[in-house]
Design a protein around this ligand. Structure first.
Ligand code: B12
Ligand code: SF4
Length: 516
C-alpha cells in the first residue's frame, strides 16, 4: 500500500524564502516506514506548488491513500487539491489531519465532501491502525471504532469516534527521516547556517494563554523525549547531513527546568558544536538556566511578549509581568543569547494607549528581532469563544475570508502577518498599528546600530536581510502587464454537504480526555 502525505501550499504558487520541515507528516511517515509501509512526503509549501502541480505530483506517485496536514490557513488549499484529486480518481481515499482538524473536529465535513475522513489528535498510532485495517478490510467500514477518527460512513453519516490517548512515552517514536525531503531548502531568519533542522522534543503546554491553540492541539500535559534520545537524534543529523543549526519548536522549551539542564549537559558532554533556537516564556528562564543553555549552543531565544500593557496581558491570560519581560531580556543579553520577541496587535481591549506601551516596551527590552503579529482568534482557543461572544469576529471567519494570493506576500501569510481573521476592535485600526509598531521598532537608531555591528561581525546575516527585504517589499503588487492575477482558489470548492457546521468546537478537555 502506498501512502502519500502532503503539507499543502498556504499560498499556492508562491515560493517562500523561509520555512521549516513539516514535522507532523514526517512523524507519521517515520512510523509507517518503520512498519514497512511505502510512504512519500511532499512539502508543497516550501516548493510553492500550484494547485495543479500539487495534484499532478500526488497522482504521479500512484497513491492508495493521500493525507493532508493543515493549519487553518491551509484549509482551502487542501480542499481544492482534494476536489481535483477526487475528480481524477473518485475512489482515492483522502484524509485530513493537523492543528486545524485538532481544533475544529468534524466541522470541515460541512464544507466539503471531497475528502473521506479526518484524524484529530496525534496521528502516528491512528494512521498505522488505519493503514493496517485498510489493507485487510473494506473502506470506509474499516474506520469503525478507530480512536481519533471522524469519517463519513457508507450512508453518508458523519461518525466521530472516541479520542485517542496522547502518546505518553515520546521515546517510543522513531527518529525523523529528513531524507524524505530536501533539507537544504529549509532556513529561518533567526538562525545561522545554510539550512536548519526542525525538531520537537516535547509535546504539550500546561499554560493557558487565551490566543493559543497549542494546549488544544498537543495537550495540556507536557510530555518529553528523554535527553539521551534527543541528543541521539541531533547526533544522527550532525553526522549524516553535517547539520549544525537546529530549531526546537517545542511549545515552551524550558517548562521543565530539570529536563533542560539534563538536555544541555548531554549536549555539552557529546562534544557537538551546534547552534539552536527555542521558544519559551519570560518567566521560565533564570540566570543559571540561560548560562548552561548558552554553553550547550543556544543561539536565539523566542520570547512571547505579546503586549507591553498589563491589562492586555491579563485579557490574554498570559500570566507574565512587565518586570519579568524586562528581566528575561536582560538575562539573555548578559549570556549572549540573541532574542527574537513576538508581540500581538489588536487584542480585545487594544487602544492607541496600550499599543504605545507595547512599542515603548519593545524598544526598551531591545530584542534582536521583533515581530508584531495581528491577534487572530483561531478555533479551539478561549479567545475564539470570547471574541465570538463579544461580536469581534464572525463564526468560522476562515471560511468566508477571501483568499486572494495577490494581496499578501507568501511570507506575510505564512508567518501570521496578515489580517485574515483579525478582531474588529471599535475605534482601533489594527493593520495601521501593526505597520506603525514595525516601523517604529526597525527604524529606531539603536536597533539599526545594533544590527550594523552584528552584521559586521556576522556577515552571513546580510543574506537574511536581503531575503527578508525581498519578502517584505510588496513587489507582487506591481501590476506588470504579463502578470495574470493568480486566483486559483475560490469559494466554489465548498460543495453542499449534508452535515451541519460545528458551531461549538468543544473545549480542549474533549480531546484531552485520553490524557494520562
Ligand atoms: C512549527 C510550527 C510552525 C511552523 C510550520 C512549519 C511546517 N512546515 O510545519 C511555522 C513557523 C512556519 C508556523 C507557521 C504558522 N503557524 Co504554527 N506552529 C508550529 C508549532 C510550534 C509546532 C507544529 C509542529 O510541527 N508540531 C509537531 C508535530 C509532530 O505535531 P503536529 O503538527 O500537531 O502533528 C500531529 C497531529 O496534528 C497529526 N497530524 C498532523 N498532520 C497530519 C496529517 C495527517 C494526514 C494525519 C492523519 C495526522 C496529522 O499527527 C501529527 C503527529 O502526531 C505549533 C505549536 C505547537 N507547539 O504545537 C504551531 C501552530 C501549529 N501554528 C499555529 C499558527 C496559528 C500558525 C500560523 C497561522 C501563524 C503564526 N504566526 O504562527 C502560521 C501558518 C503557517 C501556514 N502553514 O499557513 C497554531 C495552529 C492554529 C490552527 N488552528 O491552525 C499553532 C498550534 C500555534 C498556536 N500558537 O496556536 N508554525
Ligand atoms: S503561548 Fe506559549 S505558553 Fe502560552 S499556551 Fe501557547 S505555547 Fe503555551
Amino acid at each position: 500500500m502506498k501512502v502519500v502525505l502532503c503539507y499543502p501550499a498556504t499560498l499556492p504558487g508562491q515560493k517562500p524564502n523561509y520555512g521549516l520541515q513539516p514535522m507532523g507528516i514526517l512523524y507519521i511517515a517515520a512510523v509507517l516506514d518503520q512498519n514497512g509501509i511505502d510512504v512519500e512526503v511532499i512539502d508543497a509549501d516550501i516548493e510553492g506548488l500550484t494547485i495543479k502541480e500539487m495534484v499532478d505530483r500526488i497522482l504521479s506517485t500512484s497513491p492508495d491513500l493521500v493525507g493532508f496536514s493543515i493549519m487553518t490557513p491551509q484549509l482551502k488549499s487542501a480542499l481544492a487539491v482534494s476536489a481535483a484529486l477526487k475528480e481524477a480518481r473518485p475512489s482515492l481515499p483522502i484524509v485530513l489531519g493537523g492543528a486545524h482538524i485538532c481544533s475544529t473536529f468534524d466541522d470541515t465535513f460541512s464544507l466539503s465532501d471531497k475528502f473521506d475522513f479526518a484524524v484529530f489528535g496525534e496521528g502516528e498510532e491512528t494512521m498505522m491502525e488505519i493503514v493496517k485495517k485498510m489493507e485487510n478490510g473494506s473502506f470506509p467500514d474499516c474506520l469503525e471504532g478507530v480512536c481519533g477518527v471522524i469519517y463519513r460512513n457508507g450512508n453518508g453519516k458523519i461518525i466521530k469516534n472516541p479520542p485517542r490517548s496522547w502518546i505518553t512515552n515520546l521515546d517510543s517514536l522513531p527518529s525523523l527521516n529528513y531524507d524524505m525531503l530536501d533539507i537544504t531548502r529549509y532556513r529561518i531568519p533567526t538562525m545561522v547556517g545554510n539550512y536548519v533542522i526542525a525538531m520537537m522534543i516535547s509535546r504539550g503546554c500546561p499554560f493557558k494563554c487565551a490566543f493559543c491553540d497549542a494546549p488544544t492541539t498537543t495537550g495540556k500535559k507536557i510530555r518529553f523525549r528523554s535527553p539521551e534520545k534527543a541528543v541521539e537524534d541531533i547526533r544522527h543529523n550532525y553526522d549524516k547531513y553535517g547539520a549544525r543549526s537546529f530549531s526546537f519548536r517545542d511549545s515552551t522549551f524550558s517548562a521543565n527546568r530539570k529536563w533542560v539542564f539534563d538536555f544541555c549537559e548531554a549536549i555539552i558532554k557529546s562534544g557537538m558544536k551546534i547552534s539552536w533556537r527555542c521558544g519559551t516564556r519570560v518567566n521560565c528562564v533564570d540566570d543559571e538556566l540561560l548560562k548552561i543553555m548558552k554553553q550547550a549552543g543556544c543561539y536565539t531565544m523566542n520570547f512571547g511578549v505579546e503586549s507591553g500593557h498589563p491589562d492586555i496581558l491579563k485579557t490574554l491570560r498570559k500570566g507574565i509581568k512587565i518586570k519579568e519581560i524586562e528581566h528575561a531580556h536582560d538575562l539573555a543579553r548578559k549570556h549572549g543569547i540573541r532574542t527574537y520577541s513576538t508581540f500581538l496587535v489588536g487584542s480585545p481591549g487594544e487602544t492607541e494607549e496600550t499599543m504605545r506601551a507595547t512599542i515603548d516596551l519593545a524598544k526598551k527590552i531591545r530584542p534582536n528581532l521583533a515581530m508584531f503579529f495581528i491577534t487572530i482568534a483561531y478555533p479551539g482557543t478561549v479567545l475564539y469563544e470570547e471574541a465570538l461572544r463579544d461580536g469581534l469576529i464572525k463564526p468560522r471567519w476562515w471560511v468566508d475570508e477571501e483568499k486572494d494570493s495577490d494581496s499578501h506576500s507568501a511570507f506575510a501569510k505564512r508567518w501570521g502577518w496578515t489580517a485574515d481573521g483579525a478582531l474588529k476592535i471599535p475605534g482601533f485600526d489594527t493593520e495601521l498599528w501593526q505597520k506603525r509598531a514595525t516601523r517604529s521598532f526597525y527604524f529606531n537608531p539603536r536597533f539599526i546600530w545594533d544590527t550594523i555591528i552584528f552584521t559586521l561581525k556576522n556577515p552571513y546575516f546580510l543574506r537574511h536581510l536581503f531575503n527578508l527585504g525581498l519578502e517584505l517589499i510588496p513587489f507582487y503588487k506591481i501590476p506588470l502587464p504579463w502578470k495574470k492575477k493568480r486566483k486559483e482558489i475560490d469559494l466554489s470548492i465548498y460543495s453542499q454537504c449534508p452535515s451541519e457546521p460545528t458551531v461549538d468546537y468543544g473545549s480542549c478537555e474533549e480531546i484531552s480526555s485520553g490524557d494520562g
